[in-house]
Write a protein that binds this ligand. Structure first.
Ligand SMILES: C[S@@+](CC[C@H](N)C(=O)[O-])C[C@H]1O[C@@H](n2cnc3c(N)ncnc32)[C@H](O)[C@@H]1O
Length: 233
């Protein structure tokens, strides 16, 4: 695994077999912040009609470096929001790789060792990181994952698998149906790709899909919402 610098100065990793990077080369942090934090969590919170202090449940497909988890944990602390974060990955990265990533130097963190805390959180166990953030990193193959205990459990799904042309198995219609089943009514899935087959697959699974402007140098991204009963856009 090779460490690369992206255009915003943050690191990504290059996967040698797939010849693919973990994030956009135009800016790893910028992409994650825009696609997942702003267009995912930020907009979801803005649209909440219940202004209490709910706990938001998040599922990430492809935990990878933990950059999304770090951004979400930091946001939770800064905004006094409780997040339960579940991240699935088939192949967790080693500590030797994770400690080389420069995210803690670039992101203004509310807790300086937050990235280290996430990295040290055990796999296949729930870890309460602080008053605002609980994480459950699950080592599993999403293609064989028994999701039946998670029926309508998640407010937000972050679909951050490798690109559809690199790993087509991760973008099959059966998975979109699983994601639909995993989302709460009104729940949202966001992903960085706007590929037509992905859009159509998500729609066929029952989601209402929007094509949104993309992060730097990418034209579009997708946001898919599971309708509340009888809801249409
Ligand atoms: C694009 S990278 C994820 C980037 C990550 N979200 C980050 O911020 O670093 C895709 C991830 O999907 C994981 N992955 C690949 N196949 C998988 C599978 N069948 N089930 C679960 N995870 C898988 C890879 O190990 C990799 O970490």
């Amino acid at each position: 695994m090779e460490l690369l610098l992206t255009n915003d100065g943050s690191h990504t990793l290059h996967h040698p077999t797939l010849n693919e990077t973990y994030h956009s080369k135009f800016g790893a942090i910028e992409e994650s912040k825009y696609v997942f934090l702003e267009k995912g969590l930020g907009d979801y919170l803005n649209n909440l009609t219940n202004y209490g202090q709910p706990t938001i449940s998040i599922l990430e497909i492809g935990y990878g470096t933990g950059l999304n988890a770090l951004l979400f944990a930091n946001y939770a602390i800064g905004n006094n929001i409780k997040l339960h974060y579940t991240g699935i990955d088939i192949l967790p990265l080693s500590e030797a790789i994770l400690t080389q990533l420069n995210y803690s130097e670039i992101i203004p963190l509310h807790t300086t060792d937050l990235f280290q805390q996430l990295n040290l959180a055990a796999w296949n166990a729930k870890t309460i990181v602080n008053d605002y953030f609980e994480i459950n990193k699950i080592q599993a193959d999403i293609l064989e994952f028994d999701s039946s205990i998670y029926l309508e459990s998640f407010d937000l799904i972050l679909m951050d698998a490798f690109a559809p042309d690199k790993q087509p198995d991760m973008w099959q219609n059966k998975l979109y149906k699983d994601f639909f089943y995993l989302c709460k009514p009104g729940g949202v899935l966001v992903t960085y790709t706007a590929k037509g087959t992905v859009k159509r697959g998500l729609m066929e699974a029952g989601f209402l899909v929007e094509k949104l402007p993309g992060p730097p140098m990418k034209r579009h991204m997708l946001r898919a919402t599971k309708p509340l009963q009888n809801e249409t856009f």
